[in-house]
Design a protein around this ligand. Structure first.
Ligand SMILES: CCCCCCCC/C=C\CCCCCCCC(=O)N[C@@H](CO[C@@H]1OC[C@@H](O)[C@H](O)[C@H]1O)[C@H](O)/C=C/CCCCCCCCCCCCC
Ligand SMILES: O=c1ccn([C@@H]2O[C@H](COP(=O)(O)OP(=O)(O)O)[C@@H](O)[C@H]2O)c(=O)[nH]1
Length: 646
């Protein structure tokens, strides 16, 4: 201090002394003295956790800004047919997915000299077959075929569906790509480049949620594009463990066959990460390219979101137990609560002050992460904030619900999870469901909601508790409290949206240009051919008065009507249209605004109580978010040709 005094003069020395007394070992010493060993242990752990979460997030943002900033043309796509290693794309299909035509077409458009596409469909009456046949006709030069029928090598329906494609594939490298995934034309070339690097056994692509049309899909988007992307990128960057989600994966059959081939994984539900772990344990690395696996989210309800997330958390608890235990603490609320305790002990920061800082900081990180991945500056901060808050608030209840249950639903089938990670089928109803015709208005058109039933059946809550809970929620007082809460939410969301609309009059006017009437739409039920055409409508295109009605169907068809027959789809469409108002059609008569039909109308028939909240909040929230979606998609089309089909 004396030296400082000499060099810098007295004023600097005073300041330095002040600083050193506030951050010196003095208060830290007292921290060590004041608290028990257990408290100190918890304090250190919680601070390490907080630092870990933000380190992971900042690493993920850096990766997003560098790796996903642009694509390089691959070396292997410039090779001749004789030089390039062949690739067999396997697309397991079941029912119609959101944006299916474009997703599947993206496989045909791969810029690569030697590949084949095998579409696997389990049931001969699956409506996906018509879409595939149309694509095969459209791209006659591409080596593509459909395999219809499944082979039971276990319980996993996706493996049973695609096992014949796997076994009869022409090439050693297989690329398993889910039906709801769109990839860039250069994706195969870049992936093969990585596969050819020494020591690489698997190449995967980061799932990235796009095209949300409803509140449920907005929540799913928020999960995929923020917390999931952060952890996924970070864990894979460290390379310490296998962390692979099976939306889009390439690996060699010759490697997997060493551990029994794909069939050996048929008894497990989450085959994706288990296949990846097997390859990892053989000593091969996993690599990622600059490609995203764009997952079209379509019209999910909040319950669809809830059940989808619960499904995979439940499965993960038996397959990656340690990571599942840590999961609640890498969520914003869990991490914040724990860290506020740690920082309170360390620096005596009030827990609420810390939490306020933490929430804002976490939000900014997620927002930056989303923008870095989507490659655009997002203008709708409020819409993003609302969806973000809802997802964060739902995360811990969802986790709790998920870990206590042991049954899962996957595309109309229910499975019981066993402790060894395997599953047992509880129901199997694929073919009958697909052929059933639903007549609107008849009793058969409103079966008990499968998701509501599953929600209760899935929990470990005893029947008596369930009954008393139901009774509780039917009490008039409870109903009026719920109604008032919804009214307040409505009111607040309304104010937010309206304040946001100020100055956006031209946008709203633009949206109301499409003069669609309900009658116009209802009287035009499309034929099979028409439905196929509608899948091809480029979603960027603006609605003109002549083709408005067709595009409206395209939107409906765009929804995830898994396992529905064409007639069911047509009937669902017309019943949806009956329930929607004319003004809504007019307001959202552009494609870029992500039409609202799917949003206000549910994918499945649902009980009124179940969708009460979604009905209340959705029109406001999705409307607000649709503007974000619009900006984003235009940008994606510039950078990755996503949705910019000629
Ligand atoms: C202090 C250490 C902290 C470590 C924190 C780790 C926390 C990890 C948390 C999250 C990981 C993100 C992964 C979330 C996956 C969500 C989706 C999912 O569950 N998918 C499963 C099923 O996917 C479907 O499978 C069928 C297929 O057809 C479908 O298309 C798929 O969607 C999938 O099986 C899950 C895989 C996730 C594996 C996670 C492995 C985590 C390993 C953690 C290792 C920690 C290393 C820490 C390094 C510092
Ligand atoms: O019974 C089934 C269920 C799913 N799938 C396929 O498995 C993939 C992933 O399904 P989904 O999108 O439902 O899984 P998620 O991404 O929701 O986990 C898709 O290609 C489906 O077509 C299948 O072939 N049969």
């Amino acid at each position: 201090m004396e030296r400082l005094h000499n060099y810098l003069g007295p004023s600097f020395a005073v300041a330095a002394e002040g600083l050193s007394s506030s951050f010196s070992s003095q208060p830290l010493d007292s921290v060590w003295e004041r608290h028990s060993k257990l408290q100190l242990f918890c304090m250190i752990l919680s601070i390490v956790l907080w630092v870990f979460c933000f380190t992971a997030a900042i690493t993920a943002i850096t990766i997003s800004r560098t790796r996903y900033a642009g694509h390089k043309r691959s070396l292997s796509s410039r090779m001749t047919k004789d030089e390039a290693p062949g690739v067999s794309i396997i697309r397991p299909l079941r029912g119609i997915d959101s944006n299916m035509y474009e997703n599947l077409a993206s496989s045909f458009r791969q810029d690569y000299p030697l590949f084949e596409i095998i579409f696997s469909v389990a049931q001969p009456n699956d409506p996906a077959i018509a879409v595939v046949k149309d694509l095969i006709k459209k791209y006659p030069k591409v080596d593509a075929r459909i395999i219809i029928g499944e082979k039971n090598v276990g319980i996993n329906p996706k493996i049973n569906n695609m096992i014949q494609s796997y076994e009869t594939a022409k090439y050693d490298i297989v690329w398993v790509c889910d039906s709801n995934v769109y990839v860039d034309p250069g994706c195969m070339g870049r992936s093969v480049d990585k596969m050819m690097k020494p020591g690489v056994g698997l190449v995967h692509h980061l799932p990235f949620g796009v095209r949300p049309q409803t509140l449920g899909s907005e929540l799913e988007l928020m999960f995929l594009d923020t917390v999931h992307a952060k952890m996924y990128l970070f864990i894979n960057w460290t390379g310490l463990a296998s962390c692979v989600v099976g939306k889009s994966n390439l690996y060699r059959r010759s490697d997997l066959n060493k551990v029994g081939g794909l069939a050996a994984f048929g008894k497990y539900m989450a085959e994706d990460n288990l296949v990846a772990t097997a390859i990892f344990n053989m000593g091969y690395k996993h690599e990622m390219t600059s490609d995203l696996a764009y997952q079209s989210l379509g019209s999910m309800t909040p319950s669809d979101y809830f059940l989808r997330r619960a499904r995979w958390t439940r499965i993960r608890k038996y397959t990656v137990t340690a990571a599942t235990v840590v999961e609640p603490f890498i969520e914003m609320i869990g991490c914040g609560l724990v860290a506020s305790y740690g920082f309170n002990l360390l620096w005596n920061i009030h827990m609420l002050n810390f939490l306020a800082f933490h929430v804002v900081f976490w939000f900014l990180v997620d927002w930056t992460m989303y923008q870095a991945l989507s490659g655009e500056k997002m203008d709708n901060l409020r819409g993003f904030l609302m969806a973000w808050c809802l997802r964060e608030l739902a995360a811990l209840p969802l986790y709790t619900y998920a870990v206590v249950g042991s049954t899962v639903d996957w595309r109309d089938q229910t499975f019981l999870l066993l402790r060894d990670g395997t599953v047992k089928a509880l129901t199997s109803t694929p073919s009958t469901k697909a052929t059933k015709t639903i007549v609107p208005g008849s009793p058969s058109s409103t079966p008990p909601s499968p998701t509501t039933a599953a929600f209760w059946a899935n929990t470990m809550v005893p029947q008596s508790t369930q009954d008393s809970l139901r009774k509780f929620f039917r009490r008039p007082a409870v109903i009026s409290v719920v109604r008032s809460t919804l009214a307040v939410i409505h009111f607040l969301v309304d104010i937010l949206i309206k304040s946001q609309r100020n100055g956006n009059e031209d946008e709203d006017g633009e949206l109301s240009d499409g003069n669609i009437s309900e009658e116009n739409v209802r009287s035009n039920v499309p034929e099979k051919e028409e439905i196929l055409k509608l899948q091809k409508v480029p979603l960027k295109q603006r609605v003109s008065s002549s083709n408005i009605k067709n595009k409206k169907y395209a939107f409906d068809y765009d929804g995830d009507d898994s396992s529905a027959t064409e007639s069911e789809l047509v009937l669902r469409r017309s019943s949806r249209l009956k329930t929607s108002g004319r003004s809504k059609f007019q307001k959202h008569a552009t494609f870029e605004s992500e039409d609202d039909e799917g949003r206000i109308l549910m994918r499945h028939d649902r009980s009124a109580e179940e969708d009460e909240l979604s009905k209340a909040v959705e029109p406001y929230l999705s409307d607000s978010l649709s503007r974000r979606g619009r900006t984003r998609r235009v940008d994606i089309s510039n950078t990755s040709q996503f949705l910019s089909v000629p």
